[in-house]
Design a protein around this ligand. Sequence first.
Ligand code: AMP
Length: 190
Amino acid sequence: MNNIILFGPPGSGKGTQAEKLAEHFGLLHISTGDMFRYELKNETPLGITAKGYMDEGKLVPDEVTIAMLRERVKNAGEVNGIIFDGFPRTEAQAEALDEMLEEADSPVKGLLLLDVADDEIVKRILLRGKTSGRADDLDESIIRNRIAVFNEQTAPVYNYYHEKGKAHKVDGIGSIDDIFGRLQTLVERF
Ligand code: AMP
């Protein structure tokens, strides 16, 4: 199984590229952000819990996020592999994911980091906010908070996989197709 983590700060293009990779390689795309937004739209207890954190640009607590992801992976059925988008975002999540996938005998093949500078990210998210309908895309201070959370809590996940020889950095600047080409080349080598 080809399990891949698409990694990067908010607004680095993970969602767009994950969808393209999923289609090209026949993988299941799992986005924890999309899952939380779905719960929120349906006003489930999980969605209501997540909302407070999402609105402030903070991470939903690990135990909540890991439990949700575990269920999703358990119910994935027969797939060629999974592309994880927006998960793991903490070292505890990475450890939980590795444990889950090792139990299924299909470890993470690689983590791909979309590398984009902070100022470019703020510009992109503000632009996306005009059409995304996402409250957390509209306010520059929330966006800056999401970037700070990424740098403080999520960036260590890169080192976690780097130490295992599984982390790859990809230039996240350029056209969607150019960036997709860079990612595709790496995935083909896994
Ligand atoms: P995203 O769509 O990936 O930018 O996620 C939107 C928001 O959902 C984040 O700012 C967090 O509040 C929450 N979220 C998504 N994925 C995770 C995760 N793996 N861990 C904790 N919170 C998450």
